[in-house]
Write a protein that binds this ligand. Sequence first.
Ligand code: ATP
Ligand code: MG
Length: 513
Amino acid sequence: MSIPSPLALLMGNKARWLVGSMVAATALVGLLAYLDEQRESADALEAFGDEQASLASSVATGLLTRLEYVQRDALQLSDETASLSIFGGRYLGASVRRNSDPPPATIPDGRAIPLTVPLSNGRSIDLLVPTPSLFSGGTRLERPNAVTVLFLVPGSPRFLSTDGRQVDAPRLVEALEQGLTTLDLHRQDAARISLPERLALAGLARVNAGPLGRWGVVVAATAQRERDRESRARGRLVLAVALAGGLVLAFGGIALRQQRKELVLEREIAVREIERDRDERLARVSKAATMMTLASGMAHELSTPLAAIVGRAEQLQSRTADDERASRSVQTILEQADRISQVIRGFLNLARGGEPSLQAADPVSIVRGAAALVEHRFEKRGVALVLKVPEGLPPIRCDVRLLEQALVNLLLNACDACNRGGQVAVETNVEASGVWFSVVDDGAGISPEHAARVMEPFFTTKPAGQGTGLGLAITNEIVKKHRGSLSIVPAQPHGTRATLQIPFTLGETNARA
Ligand SMILES: Nc1ncnc2c1ncn2[C@@H]1O[C@H](COP(=O)(O)OP(=O)(O)OP(=O)(O)O)[C@@H](O)[C@H]1O
Ligand SMILES: [Mg+2]
């Protein structure tokens, strides 16, 4: 019978463990995917920042070229006068002054940026450069709400936008001074430079225009698109993990329910097996009880005719005193009747639950006594009976008549199993634990299924009227009362071996008997 509970428990725990691991694995995969997504988004932002930096650097190159033009134009001026016409209207104003004279008080605005170019003869030229012409490189790049370009004019703490607005962005000024090429702009910084109030990235470049000073260029772009893409990717990730988790839980739940069903089924099968075992045991007990009642009844009923037989035989004994042959026959009748009555008494005693009446006996004489009782049957069936019993075995304590009867049952079965010409051998010997008797025949043999049932009361394979199926059941009872054992196994190469073993455990008396 299977042992369901620990196994079932183990299976149940295993299923739970499996579902737990699946959930943990999903969570781990989700975490790894999240980290990967974070890394990718950081990489994307970095690339976006680098892009702004390279744009800033190209705007800076354009600015430098324009400043170089301004210098070249200034050097073309004569020492005498600065004529606007020379520059074809490229400047809004120009004047030459001695270096010792103060420069005109003009500040950069939306229209023009004042620039001073030193000349060789202790003089300088002050030019008013139109803002759009200087910042045209940035204007081309700008897109409203997306990209803003700012310029830091030398000597000014604020930026100028391409349309000449003053923009206050101290963090960007600081970053330019530090020589950074990119800078993350927080929401407020972004809003300050006309970008959406979201993360923005700025690319920074510096321009060294020699006598025209050091300029700064900033190209700032909102990272709104990247941010939106990032949050969409995160949403997809959360959805995927939730879906995977849901699937794991659903399948895990199904697996658990299945497991539980199997568990219940297993338990039911186990309960049914226990019930069947119990019913079988009860049936066996009830059969044994019936057998004992039946056999006791028979023994009781036999005692009356037996007493009559003994009485008549005793009467005959005095009358046949002169006839020796008749007298011997009467004597045999009396002996056998006495034997029957001893067996009946012993058996009734066992049936009442009493202990066998033990006496010291020689195992060999028990074998010979049993053989004598069955030899006529062997002769009749043409089966040889061989006694392989060594002399000088130590005596054992037992109920001699009952043990003889047990051996008789084994011998009769062996004889029945043999064909004419067959052979039955009785072997006996002692070992440390007790004495054993084996009856080995070379007859039809016995199947393992029958061997397992032969001690059941009323189990017989013989035709009705030829076997009651009580022989081995009674033998088994006798052996049990002697605390011994009975086994019926197939013999090699064919036939059957029936062995009964009587231990020396009926007190030490057996060993000393
Ligand atoms: N030596 C044997 N060889 C083959 N089968 C055997 C042998 N001994 C017992 N059996 C089987 O065991 C069954 C039960 O034996 P058991 O002695 O209890 O009853 P029985 O011999 O059928 O009837 P009864 O002993 O009452 O005449 C037999 O019917 C037979 O099938
Ligand atoms: Mg029998």
